[in-house]
Ligand binder design. Structure first.
Ligand SMILES: CC(C)[C@H](C(=O)O)[C@@H](O)C(=O)O
Ligand code: SF4
Length: 470
């Protein structure tokens, strides 16, 4: 029997469709469900009201991340709303029989760091979470995307989700990345190229030599920000690096099960001749380190560039919105990116809070000190296990000696839902993924960069081209 060539997305989709209605609406089987404290309370409330159990509790993993303070956790949580959400997650997971990593558990961390780390995230799976950055898990060749709270309830109750199939897009990044240019720069450049709506209605598969050359951490960074490019999900075909990463993870299959899983995983790639509705190509060799200047992840430029002049934009609506962004950011057209002075530096998040990110940042700040104008520079490991690993390698000492704060794992200053926030007007070099108005705190100003660029900015007090770093 011959089958039409299929994309990786087509294959995973086909393997999970339970039923498709005439209008194309499908019921999709969900293999893995991650939950956190922010988007799960009403879902459990709904189950309780309807008197429903969780259909397959072992397929859900819960972790607390958004609201937890990143300082001493033995003290009571001072924010009543956070405390209530955290208490609710503990109670709900206990009542419904779901495994939960609380704020004192070594395995606790940002949900998108924890899933892969535990081997909960595996190739070919459908993975959902009430969180937009679930796209991160696509780095393993899993179809992974964010869902809303009512869908969280649906998945808890049925282990299925109602979906319409998205279109296929392939983004090929050819060539070799220059030194100092990272996965973060690739994805920022892609979003700069296609815009934040560029991926709307698509699942994006990343391919090409530069993507294949990335570590699993780097691939996660790329897939993480698929959502900022508007896509439903991001995907990278699994390969030997993927399999090596998974091996021996606590929840990953072992022995014979692993062997048969592996045989399946090896079929997970887009067939030669498979149809993509849109193709985008980028040359890695021409990419510089990227810095965002505005209040949208598409507002990016090279570190060697200047703040652009919105008057050069033809479309009036866009022109007005970019002027507004510059006003919010307190920047003037023509300002050199390397002249932008900073107040704070944040290294962490589900985009760049993994061990390699911390290694890259530590290599930059080793034997150096943060600049006098930097009021706070912090490193927040993506999970307790990342923190342990970093400490075993002595990275914490490097950061602390340079003047950084070394914190407990969580979302931290990626978003203003916990005590780590920018004050109005403060400017931050951040390794996170969103630079919307108020994202890191009311009137806070965010510049998105790679971990090495953030670390160098902390030392210099302003942005510097990491390619010139000594
Ligand atoms: C709080 C949560 C629902 C949210 C998301 O969906 O992404 C957060 O993680 C974010 O990054 O903005
Ligand atoms: S680290 Fe940031 S982007 Fe990631 S889940 Fe937490 S808040 Fe969302």
């Amino acid at each position: 029997m011959t089958t039409n060539p299929r994309t990786l997305y087509d294959k995973i989709w086909d393997d999970h469709v339970v039923e498709t209605a005439e209008d194309g609406t499908s019921l999709l089987y969900i293999d893995r469900h991650l939950i956190h404290e922010v988007t799960s309370p009403q879902a459990f409330e709904g189950l309780r009201t309807a008197g429903r159990p969780v259909h397959q509790p072992k397929k859900t993993l819960a972790v607390v991340d958004h609201n937890v303070p990143t300082t001493d956790r033995s003290k009571p949580n001072e924010d009543p709303e956070s405390a209530a959400q955290i208490a609710a997650l503990a109670e709900n997971t206990r009542e419904f029989g779901i495994e939960y990593y609380d704020e004192f558990d070594k395995r606790q961390g940002i949900v998108h760091v924890v899933g892969p780390e535990q081997g909960f995230t595996l190739p070919g799976m459908t993975i959902v979470c009430g969180d937009s950055h679930t796209s991160t898990h696509g780095a393993f060749g899993a179809l992974a995307h964010g869902i809303g709270t009512s869908e969280v309830e649906h998945v808890l109750a049925t282990q299925t989700l109602i979906q319409k199939k998205a279109k296929n897009m392939r983004i090929t990044v050819d060539g070799k990345l220059p030194d100092g240019v990272t996965a973060k720069d690739i994805i920022l450049a892609i979003i700069g190229e296609i815009g934040t709506a560029g991926g709307t209605g698509y699942v994006m598969e990343y391919a090409g030599e530069a993507i294949r050359s990335l570590s699993m951490e780097g691939r996660m960074t790329v897939c993480n920000m698929s959502i900022e490019g508007g896509a439903r999900a991001g995907l990278i075909a699994p390969d030997e690096k993927t399999f090596d990463y998974i091996l021996n993870r606590p929840m990953a299959p072992k022995g014979e099960v692993l062997e048969s899983a592996m045989a399946y995983w090896k079929t997970l790639f887009s067939d030669e001749g498979a149809h993509f509705d849109r193709e985008v190509r980028l040359d890695a060799a021409s990419l510089p380190p990227i810095v965002s200047w505005g209040s949208s992840p598409e507002d990016v430029t090279s570190v060697t560039g200047v703040v652009p002049n919105p008057d050069e934009i033809e479309n009036e609506g866009k022109r007005t919105s970019k002027w507004r962004a510059l006003e919010y950011m307190g920047l003037k057209p023509g300002t050199k990116i390397t002249d932008i002075m900073l107040d704070k530096v944040f290294i962490g998040s589900c985009t760049n809070g993994r061990i390699e990110d911390l290694r890259a940042a530590a290599a930059v700040v080793k034997d150096k000190k943060i600049a006098g104008n930097i009021k706070l520079a912090m490193v927040v490991p993506g999970s307790g296990l990342v923190k342990d690993q970093a400490e075993a390698e002595g990275l914490d000492k490097i950061f602390i000696e340079a003047g950084f704060e070394w914190r407990e794992p969580g979302c931290s200053m990626c978003l203003a839902m916990n005590p780590d926030k920018l004050s109005p007007g403060e400017r931050c070099a951040s390794t996170s993924n969103r630079n919307f108005e108020g994202r890191q705190g009311f009137k806070g100003r965010t510049h998105l960069v790679s971990p090495a660029m953030a670390a160098a900015a902390a030392v210099a007090g302003h942005f510097v081209d990491i390619r010139d770093w000594k």
